[in-house]
Design a protein around this ligand. Structure first.
Ligand code: NAP
Length: 525
């Protein structure tokens, strides 16, 4: 498998014309070849032109043809074999087993969307048949289905080089919806992106689809990204990354003559609430699970537990002491990029200097470059409430305990939180009333509420919700993980009094796709 350093625009390998980047192996600081010259606004123009030309044909491909395309992408990614794993490990510093697992998740995700496409429920077909005799006025024949929104810009995430990058969840759900995709590769893993991009381009060709269905652009700095979300042919964007990046792209999208949705997943500290009975009964037993969740992947998960809220007292003290012991034994782990490591180190240093943040424990010291040393801090509820510097996300394996004097302080801390991807409750039966009282607040704050578990580990399934109020995401009505992610890239169209021969297949009277329609107010069996 040869890496060329070229972009893929409608299946053609094209050299960029802007400043080149090279990946860095964060485990060694070694620079990796080849160079990836960045794309320009002309390259964005080319990719958007091709995507627009492909759109009307691609969005009306049969459900089976589109599902086969998604399955072919998965097969082509698997066929990359160890070359993909080797490159992704070198570019991210993530352990081999993690990358292998992530490849499995990526291909599983593509196949799950293939099943979703075939089932056709997402078309949400609604038919209200005409009632010519109705009094005082006859009713027209009205039929509604969902159609694809248009070409979608996808920004690869640094922390999921496969599952949320070139052929990751955003791409899979947009392609499933019938949208051509233009990916802006993350500058941290260009070689991984090129390999997956080549696999995707091969799938386009094998399935006989228009070449503009997929393009892959490189570009460090903001030119390519801003040009992409500003192009009139792009109708939505998917993003996972920093709050500043997500906001910049959302603002560019809103400033267009025709504003478009940007589904940005940005910042979340994922509060964990330890209720009194659970804490008293099994506080020490809970601590290892917390430390494992905190340190998984060097804490570089969107759902990393960055905040623990509980009543002060001996039960919390023994939880903290056991967690501190676990943290002190936790090895330092390589972070994704030197930049992400520097951001972590400086955020931890700022917290260490904060007069109201007490340092609790550090993990084992770094033995190589760019390694995240786990850190625990503690503060009091009133101090937390008073200072935004204690409330922000630290991307990495650092967490803050907030000690509360009573239920009211716990409620105040929860009310004060920004929007979150998750909120976790550890509780026993005796805690249920207290948990019930907090639920309305937590439902307003978070996309996923979980009991007696840990927030890392996001299942790809129909019921998953990986989203939440700002700044967890820019649009709390959506999920970026799970089959409901397809809904972000669809819009409804209603057809009134159409002759059957002019209706699209999902809406024809004979129901040739055998969809479970909402027919005259009744869901079909
Ligand atoms: P990032 O800096 O937001 O970059 C993500 C993508 O957006 C990259 O392709 C980047 O381009 C592009 N981009 C960033 N700012 C932009 C702007 N103003 N205009 C146009 N494009 C822009 O995220 P990151 O590199 O993954 O990590 C940086 C920080 O983000 C981390 O330290 C962490 O705090 C946060 N993060 C959070 C999560 C989460 O799930 N909550 C996940 C990952 C990262 P380039 O390729 O040129 O950089």
């Amino acid at each position: 498998m040869t890496l060329t350093g070229h972009m893929l625009i409608g299946g053609q390998a094209i050299a960029g014309s802007r400043e080149a980047i090279r990946a860095i192996n964060p485990a060694t600081d070694a620079v990796l070849e080849p160079a990836y010259a960045g794309g320009s606004s002309e390259h964005v123009e080319q990719a958007c032109t091709l995507a627009w030309q492909a759109f009307d044909r691609y969005r009306e491909t049969s459900l089976n043809a589109r599902a086969e395309f998604l399955e072919t992408i998965a097969n082509e990614i698997e066929a990359l074999g160890d070359a993909l794993i080797d490159r992704a490990v070198a570019e991210t510093g993530l352990p081999r087993a993690r990358i292998q697992g992530e490849r499995g998740r990526t291909c599983g995700q593509l196949r799950t969307f293939a099943r979703t496409v075939r089932a056709g429920e997402w078309l949400d077909v609604r038919v209200d048949q005409s009632q010519p005799q109705r009094q005082p006025l006859p009713r027209s024949d009205l039929r509604q289905r969902q159609i694809a929104l248009g070409p979608v810009a996808v920004f690869g995430a640094s922390n999921f080089p496969l599952a949320f990058s070139v052929a990751g969840g955003d791409t899979a759900s947009a392609l499933a919806a019938g949208c051509p995709v233009i990916v802006k590769a993350h500058s941290a893993h260009p070689g991984t992106s090129e390999l997956v991009g080549q696999a995707l381009a091969r799938a386009v060709k094998k399935c006989g689809l228009p070449e503009g269905v997929f393009s892959l652009l490189f570009g460090s700095g903001n030119e390519v990204g801003i040009a992409l979300v500003s192009d009139w042919r792009i109708k939505a964007a998917g993003f996972t990354g920093s709050r500043s990046g997500g906001l910049a792209l959302s603002q560019a999208a809103q400033a267009r003559p025709e504003p478009i949705p940007v589904y940005a997943e940005m910042s979340s500290i994922n509060p964990v609430l330890l209720f009194p009975a659970a804490l008293a009964a099994r506080g020490e037993a809970l601590a290892p699970g917390f430390v494992a969740s905190l340190t998984q992947g060097a804490g570089q998960f969107c759902t990393n537990p960055g905040l623990v809220i509980a009543h002060q007292g001996p039960a919390l003290d023994s939880f903290i002491a056991t967690a501190a012991e676990g943290v002190q034994r936790s090895p330092a782990q390589t972070m994704l990029t030197p930049g992400i490591f520097r951001a972590y180190a400086s955020a931890v240093a700022a917290l260490a200097e904060h007069p109201q943040a007490q340092h609790v424990a550090s993990g084992l010291a770094a033995e190589g470059p760019n390694q995240c040393q786990t850190q625990l801090f503690m503060t009091q509820a009133q101090d937390f409430l008073a200072d935004a510097r204690l409330q922000g996300e630290i991307f990495g394996a650092a967490s803050l305990f907030v000690q509360c004097a009573n239920d009211d302080e716990i409620r105040q801390v929860c009310e004060h939180l920004e929007g979150q991807l998750t909120a976790t409750l550890h509780l026993d039966d005796a805690d249920l009333d207290q948990a019930r009282a907090l639920l309305p607040t937590l439902e307003r704050k978070a996309g996923r509420l979980l009991v007696n578990g840990w927030p890392t580990g996001v299942e790809v399934c129909d019921a998953m919700l990986h989203g939440g109020p700002f700044p967890a995401t820019s649009d709390s009505r959506s999920t970026s993980v799970g089959t409901a992610a397809i809904l972000r890239f669809l819009r409804p169209v209603c057809y009134q009094d159409f002759p059957d021969s002019l209706l699209p297949p999902p809406l024809k009277q004979a129901n040739p796709l055998q969809l479970r329609r909402l027919l005259d107010g009744q869901r079909e069996a």
